[in-house]
Design a protein around this ligand. Structure first.
Ligand SMILES: Nc1nc2c(c(=O)[nH]1)N[C@H]1C(S)=C(S)[C@@H](COP(=O)(O)O)O[C@H]1N2
Ligand SMILES: [Mo]
Length: 220
């Protein structure tokens, strides 16, 4: 199925018409009890739950059906990835298992003592089953609490109590979905996806905290 947007960006993407898409795809004309807002695709947009943002074509003007991908610019120049082994992977469609600690996070400053860690996890494969948090640079992990509702292919908030002893450390989260997909660390991500998969990066996000309480983005 090819979905075309009516805007000047010429965004058009094809997806295999699987049973999942037949069952779950939405042509949305409203959101939160009001018509779609112009910026989000008024009057109608396609929503494919579990698929990357780019496939949710806004200002939808046409759906076409055929027996092969259309190889639009958006799926060749963009959502095809050159892997580490030199082969191109066509196409990256699914939103992979992901999470990020949003508090404390980069540019924040914290004080020693009680700090609640909170963040968001999501997976295009289903529900989030578990989010683990490490406050010692990925040496040891504890399960975070998940906020209800935990819905399939939707964002799930998590939180964990933490008392910071004032010593420099690194904090990081790692999500697992109901199908057993575990969010990779950066090295594992690069080993399988190479360094060309920026659009699809789902590796663990580490924040370092220095002795003054300043939080910064670090590679691991
Ligand atoms: N027609 C059209 N659809 C589009 C786009 C666009 O530029 N034109 N951008 C895509 C991308 S890259 C993303 S991430 C999402 C963003 O949707 P949002 O603005 O509702 O967050 O819309 C997608 N659909
Ligand atoms: Mo995007």
């Amino acid at each position: 199925m090819l979905a075309e947007g009516g805007d000047a960006a010429g965004v058009a993407r094809s997806v295999p018409l699987t049973q999942e898409i037949v069952d779950e795809a939405i042509i949305a004309y409203g959101q939160n009890g009001e018509p779609l807002r112009p910026a989000h695709g008024f009057p109608i947009r396609l929503i494919l739950p579990g698929f990357e943002g780019n496939l949710n074509i806004k200002w939808l003007r046409r759906l076409k059906f055929g027996d092969q991908p259309w190889m639009t610019r958006w799926e060749t120049a963009r959502y095809t990835q050159l892997l580490a082994n030199g082969k191109a992977r066509q196409f990256q469609l699914r939103m992979e298992t992901n999470s990020v600690i949003t508090s404390p996070s980069g540019t924040m400053e914290i004080k020693p003592g009680y700090n609640r860690i909170s963040g968001v996890a999501w997976s295009g494969h289903g529900k989030i089953a578990r989010v683990e948090v490490s406050t010692d640079g990925a040496r040891t992990w504890k399960n975070a609490a998940l906020n209800e509702p935990v819905l399939s292919k939707a964002q799930t908030c998590f939180q964990m109590d933490w008392t910071w002893d004032g010593k420099p450390t690194k904090i990081v989260s790692r999500s697992t979905d109901e199908n057993g997909n575990v969010q990779p660390d950066r090295n594992a991500f690069i080993a399988s996806m190479g360094t060309n998969a920026l659009f699809h990066y789902n590796a663990q996000q580490t924040w370092s905290i220095d002795e003054t309480g300043r939080v910064r983005n670090v590679l691991a």
